[in-house]
Design a protein around this ligand. Structure first.
Ligand code: KIV
Ligand code: ZN
Length: 501
């Protein structure tokens, strides 16, 4: 059996997805969960990008002991110094250097010749080696790079001490057979390739990231870059859960590969990342979408009840999805509530548990049956690591076909009530405008989505939205059995994110 090294870049490439920005506390929380999940290397960020990124990588480097911690750097001295400094406290540090090598990037991005690029990379690898012994080098846009130049760059990088050579399909242009032969060609044409591990980093612009990553593994790559829920630049990166479960489920054809991932932690990690980034997981997303293990048609339901394997190729429990549906109601006590949360994988401190229990009781008063998904939503809302400056105290709306909707919203700021009144195009718009009057922010609503968390007339509604202020986008999420309240909570979540930044 051969191990496939899982290099998770949720906190770096994943966080580059527009609107997915996380603060350093949130990154630390994700890193802890990635370690529990069993990823081998956590790419924690791009330290030169901002003081926040530097702080996040440094904190993760200090806290994480089992997984390796990696910092990204361009082939620029200042980047390398920052990356090295951010990793000072790491137990297993790695610097990931990248430099584009394709003709298109050399001509338009750098206006440099191949020889100059080779020299820059050489000097940079030497400099990075002074900070840490574990260097990974990525010839960016490798899949669109002229073969001979790519071989030359890889050979030089290994000679200079790079231990891992990553082959990025930066623009998601490749297809499975193509990346297979590229890796084969690298193995056959780079004389010192045996001294390094080949990695792959596939983007999903054509929806082929997972297939391309697996194809690279079959050709000889032994490390894959991936992200939770496949988040990342543009259409995203190869998704960790898809690669890991494909290798596990199709052992029959992929043969002797294994990963160090504890697959039972997959669903929990997926929810955490979705919750903190406010990137909603599409219901049909492989492995972690809400429909991934749901059966609607009568024929399918009947067959699954007779034998699950008729329409399920994986057991949901393998990825941490419990099959039990119905759980608590308004008569349930704090103990049962806490126990149930533990079995769903939440590790709450007393303060978080109290807050979540109060909210649970409020919801249970309005909703007869509380399902696992309701519980997750309630808890995720309440345990946000962002300390909210603004909290909802109450609201009133008047609306109808013949009157202009009006809202009065009361918020709590530092234990004091502040209220705002406004009319609007609809009751939700009126509430948002009333909040704007209180906070004084000039924000633009960029996106608004409402979905039911579970089924039934009393289902919990969840609103996800995005607010734009200046050039930055902040997402927010809120839930309630009342959809106007859910919208207000989501709006406040977003406003509080603006405050916390
Ligand atoms: O997509 C890419 O090429 C990257 C590099 C930094 C590896 O993210
Ligand atoms: Zn990338």
């Amino acid at each position: 059996m051969e191990k496939i090294i899982i290099f998770d870049t949720t906190l770096r490439d994943g966080e580059q997805a527009p609107g997915a920005a996380l603060n350093s506390l949130q990154k630390l929380e994700v890193a802890g969960q990635l370690e529990r999940l069993g990823v081998d290397i956590i790419e924690a960020g791009f330290p030169v990008a901002s003081p926040d990124d530097f702080a996040a990588v440094s904190q993760i480097a200090k806290a994480i002991r089992k997984s390796g911690v990696c910092a990204l750097a361009r082939c620029i001295p200042k980047d390398i110094e920052k990356a090295g400094a951010s990793l000072r406290k790491a137990k297993k540090p790695r610097i990931h250097l990248f430099l584009a090598t394709s003709k298109i990037h050399l001509k338009y991005k750098f206006r440099k010749a191949e020889d100059e690029i080779e020299d820059i990379a050489k000097v940079s690898i030497r400099q990075a080696g002074k900070f840490c012994p574990d260097i990974e080098f990525s010839p960016e846009d490798a899949t669109r790079t002229e073969r001979d130049f790519l071989f030359r760059m890889i050979e030089m990088a290994i000679n200079e001490g790079a231990k891992t050579i990553n082959i990025p399909d930066t623009v998601g242009y490749s297809y499975p057979q193509e990346i297979f032969s590229l890796i084969e060609d690298i193995k056959n044409n780079v004389p010192n390739i045996e001294k390094a591990i080949i990695a792959t980093h596939c983007h999903n612009d054509l929806g082929l990231a997972t297939a391309n990553s697996i194809s690279a593994v079959l050709a000889g790559a032994r490390q894959v870059h991936c992200t939770i829920n496949g988040i990342g630049e543009r259409a995203g990166n190869a998704s960790l859960e898809e690669i890991v479960m494909a290798l596990k489920t199709r052992k029959d054809i992929f043969g002797g590969f294994y990963t160090g991932i504890d697959t039972k932690e997959i669903f929990r990690t997926s929810r955490l990342v979705s919750n903190l980034t406010n990137f909603v997981i599409p219901p049909n997303k492989a492995i972690v979408g809400s429909n991934a293990f749901a059966h609607e048609s009568g024929i399918h339901q009947d067959a699954v009840l007779k034998n699950r394997t008729t329409y399920e190729i994986m057991d949901p429990k393998e990825v941490g999805i419990s099959s039990s549906r119905l759980i608590l109601g308004k008569h349930s006590g704090r103990h049962a509530f806490g126990d149930r949360l533990k079995s769903l994988g939440f590790h709450l401190n007393d303060e978080q548990l109290n807050k979540a229990f109060i909210r649970f009781k409020e919801v249970a008063d309005k909703k007869k049956d509380i399902f696992d998904d309701d519980l997750r939503t309630i808890v995720e809302d309440e345990i946000s690591v962002i300390k909210p400056l603004w909290q909802l105290s109450g609201f009133e709306v008047t609306s109808g076909t013949k009157i202009k909707p009006e809202a009065r919203v009361v918020l709590i700021k530092k234990s004091k009530n502040v209220s705002g009144v406004s009319s609007g195009d609809g009751p939700v718009d009126a509430c948002f405008k009333a909040i704007d009057k209180i906070t004084g922010y000039k924000v633009k609503l960029e996106d608004f989505r409402l979905e039911a968390v579970t089924s039934g007339k009393d289902a919990l509604g969840q609103v996800s939205l995005k607010l734009k202020i200046g050039n930055s986008i902040y997402s927010g999420r809120g839930s309630s059995t009342d959809i106007i309240e859910a919208a207000i909570r989501a709006y406040l979540d977003s406003v509080n994110r603006i405050e916390s930044k």
